[in-house]
Design a protein around this ligand. Structure first.
Ligand code: SF4
Length: 487
């Protein structure tokens, strides 16, 4: 929120980790020295099915490698056969062949594939496949190649990304595209890919293995689940040592001839068969090698869904904000017609949460505050930021609309929304004087145009509240009018 009063504060973006990060060489060095043992803290966790005797405060769990080559070969063969038969048809899986003639160079197709994998994998991080399909298709229609994307503006990319969340990813995707095009060569290996803005271990592994056939693993939540069950690993999957173990185990499973397909098969199995709460073990191609499945058959106290260990997420911190939707009536009569009104939008700072995105004027509070305090602080903000003095301009109406909650990954934001309708009476300079200055960017957009804008989910929520409020109040008004006429 772009508030500038002392009470305002920016939502802390530092805790959001929406891009994967590469392992530093220092960490690698430590990794080599460290013994491959994982300490599992016990607390809110499910019991370890392997554990006998009285649980102790902490338990050391060894994660063994896939040491049996025959088992690994069977798992690979079963997964690849199953994947060939059962893979879902997804737009990023087919080659973007519609625009590629068969006689075009393979190299060009490979780069298109790499671009498709890059975009889809970034979109898929913490977003469901069903949601991503539509976004992906629209994205590819607009920017069918990396060259096209590199020419886009941040504004256009934000617009296209609106509603997907984790907007920093979209920003990094654009910056990464510009970086690659500027470098003149598409990076092909994991170390090269990791140098690109926004590409971390996961995305690098996906691009290198799927597009360039490099024999490297990919580990996402689905892969963690499948491997945790396959090996009956009860260690905390969020611990850094355990994560490293999953990468190592996934690396041992990668098929050297078909690395991309094997990685996709593991992810596909986790997404469709080995699901979090209701795995279909009877139709699983690797049930014979699955340790958790075997344990569950031999003991009623063990279920495959005991793996991986469920880690309770910390509660998101609570934040409160006052949101003022400022509607400016353009006609001199000051009638509340959507056709002749504009809404004030403010651009968020270029750094931090929802960087560079548009929102209604908002101010964050330390606590909920009462409506009087919220209004007072909002008035100060409007005056300071836009020279908009609610005491001097013509206020047609000012109403509390209600509140709504928007959840970010680590924040639960309660927004108190009000609608302020004003008429500038031709005094456009009240707002226009400050447009585009260094400290705050804002624009007035017609109510009709905002419908088609790419708004973030939080802003869309507020906008819908306003629309519902208007419908309700106009209904009440017309009923009152009707009653008065019949009397
Ligand atoms: S057998 Fe069941 S638990 Fe094991 S990998 Fe297959 S679906 Fe998952």
């Amino acid at each position: 929120m772009a508030g500038k009063s002392k009470k305002n504060k920016s939502l802390n973006f530092s805790k959001i980790s929406d891009t994967d990060s590469s392992t530093s060489s220092e960490e690698e060095e430590k990794k080599k020295k460290r013994k491959r043992r994982v300490v599992m803290k016990r607390g809110n966790e499910r019991p370890n099915p392997h554990q006998t005797g009285k649980p102790t405060k902490s338990t050391v769990v060894d994660i063994e490698d896939f040491s049996d080559e025959l088992t690994v070969s069977k798992i690979r063969a079963s997964l690849l056969d199953w994947y060939d038969e059962n893979q879902r048809v997804l737009p990023w899986r087919k080659k973007r062949g519609s625009s590629i003639e068969p006689d075009e160079e393979d190299e060009r197709q490979t780069f298109k594939r790499a671009y498709a994998v890059w975009v889809s994998e970034i979109m898929l991080q913490q977003t469901k496949v069903a949601t991503v399909i539509d976004y992906y298709n629209r994205w590819m229609d607009k920017w069918p190649s990396l060259q096209h994307l590199a020419q886009a503006t941040q504004e256009e990319v934000n617009e296209m990304w609106a509603g997907l969340g984790y907007y920093r990813r979209a920003r990094f995707l654009l910056e990464g595209a510009k970086m690659v095009i500027g470098g003149g060569e598409f990076p092909r290996t994991v170390p090269q890919l990791l140098k690109v803005r926004g590409i971390g271990d996961y995305t690098a592994g996906a691009i290198a293995s799927i597009a360039f056939n490099e024999s490297v693993p990919v580990v996402d939540g689905n892969v963690v689940r499948v491997i945790a069950r396959l090996k009956a690993i009860s260690a905390n999957p969020k611990e850094s040592e355990t994560i490293k173990s999953f990468w190592k185990l996934a690396g041992q499973l990668v098929d050297p001839c078909r690395p991309g397909d094997l990685n996709q098969a593991l992810m596909e199995l986790g997404a469709t068969i080995c699901t979090p709460t209701s795995p279909s073990c009877s139709s699983c191609p690797i049930s014979e090698q699955c340790h958790a499945f075997s344990l569950s058959k031999n003991s009623q106290s063990v279920q495959v869904i005991d793996y991986p260990l469920k880690v309770i997420k910390p509660k998101p911190r609570r934040e409160f904000s006052a949101v003022c939707v400022v509607e400016i009536l353009d006609d001199q009569k000051g009638t509340c017609s959507n056709m002749s009104s504009r809404l004030l939008l403010v651009k968020r700072p270029e750094e931090g949460l929802l960087a560079g995105l548009w929102e209604f004027p908002s101010v964050l509070f330390d606590g909920e505050g009462d409506s009087g305090t919220r209004r007072k602080v909002m008035d100060q903000y409007l005056k300071k930021s836009f020279d908009l003095d609610t005491r001097n301009c013509s206020v047609i109406s000012r109403e509390e609309v209600g509140d709504c909650i928007h959840i970010f990954s680590h924040i639960r934001l309660r927004m108190y929304v009000e609608l302020l309708v004003i008429n500038l009476n031709g005094e456009e300079k009240i707002l226009s004087e400050k447009e585009g200055n260094d400290t705050i960017a804002w624009k007035c957009i017609s109510s009709n145009a905002i419908e088609g804008m790419g708004l973030t989910s939080g802003v869309r929520k507020v906008y819908n509240m306003i629309q519902q409020h208007k419908q309700k109040t106009s209904l009440i008004y017309s009923r009152k009018k009707k009653n008065t006429q019949t009397k």
